[in-house]
Design a protein around this ligand. Sequence first.
Ligand code: OGA
Ligand code: MN
Length: 278
Amino acid sequence: MAVERNQLLEHIGLEITGMAGRDLVDREAADECQAALDRHGVVVYRDAHISDTDLVTFSRMLGEVVVPRAIDDGEFPEVATITSDPKRSKLAALRKGNFFWHIDGTHDELPQKGTLLAAHEVDPAGGDTEFATTYAAYQALPEAEKERIADLRVIHRFSRPMRLAFPDATPEQRAGWDTIPEREHPLVWRRRDGRRSLLIGVTADEIVGMDPDESRALLDHLDEWATQPQFTYRHQWRVGDLVIWDNTGMLHRALPFEPTSRRMLHRTTLVGDELVEA
Ligand code: OGA
Ligand code: MN
């Protein structure tokens, strides 16, 4: 099948058709994917129908693969099942946090380099995934705002999306979330290739040393700015799609779907390979 490449939007997204399954387990394909991630932020392989074996192998060609701490009982410890069905994943309830704009792993020293999601079952009534590029969003900020935020530092907490998703949580649940240490990062991530991205999203809880209301207003404003239509791509899933994003520059979120939905994605993530502070 002929391979076709189609740039989706000016600032974000490249779609590749005609590459499926084992076609991806190839050095050249992995190099093309990496270059496309650097340039377009999100790469969509339509009808890829990739098996877990090939997903893990392809992921390893893109970087070191995370082995999640709390794993589901699948064949590969690297592959997480993204579903809201607690019978299919022990972490199903926590996935409620995915409905907020976020970056994966912001409470880690190195946020993950990338994430791969392969669609096994989709929901025709909902559950699209949206992506927003903070590279383009940062670049488009007015100069005065770039100056205002240049040296600010931000504390990311895993507990913030959980508090929002579960307002009636018990003290025990809250204490459990709080065992995950918070992480302080610069708000503006100066990248080794000269670009800048923003460490924002729902886990960004407070700007260090700023009045709490002012801090909340600034973080909300930056999220709103970065998720304007010109910086975002909305992916409507089809079974067999493989979507990969540069997690160091993209915010993402799931759009609503019913908790009883069959929607199920298989996910691998890549260990961060760029220090936030060089
Ligand atoms: C994730 C995630 C979004 C979705 O797996 O990290 O945020 O649409 N998923 O399921
Ligand atoms: Mn995520």
